[in-house]
Design a binder for this molecule. Sequence first.
Ligand code: FES
Length: 181
Amino acid sequence: MSNEVKKDTKDLLEQDRRDFVIGATQAVGAVGAVCAAYPFVKSMSPAENVKALSTTEVDISEIAEGETKTVMWRGRPVFIRHRTADEISAMEKDDAATGERALLDPQTDESRVQKKEWLVTMAVCTHLGCVPMEGGNFDGWLCPCHGSQFDASGRVRRGPAPTNLEVPPYTFLDDSTIKIG
Ligand code: FES
């Protein structure tokens, strides 16, 4: 075997060893996390377990006016937007928009929020499920996949999305905490 081939073989063996050590470390870490969580989960009744997994509590005190926080609920993203006074009045005005600005899936802004300054809506485009990003012409979101636009009430304003963004079930636990689910 030439010296060069020997060196390549040695390098490969060394890489394999490194991969094994990294993999083993990650596996031990994951087992540790599960073990740490187990006593906590075990202390809950089966009904509480299911409830804890199906709800998400969010501290909204840090979300500044005009900003949106994205959180996960049941494995899907949810937008929580702290709306400005201008956005609220524009959305209320658009309840009755006609012509080019007419709502494609008519719903009043009021029917989509519990408190005017807070919009809570699924961050899942109702066309084919992409996650919209901030932008578009309606103070809201633009879907990067096929260009649907949603306003600051989560209502679809440009297709192909057929319906407004879904509003998940949620509750205000107090002025700074929302429980989704
Ligand atoms: S998935 Fe959003 S427009 Fe198609």
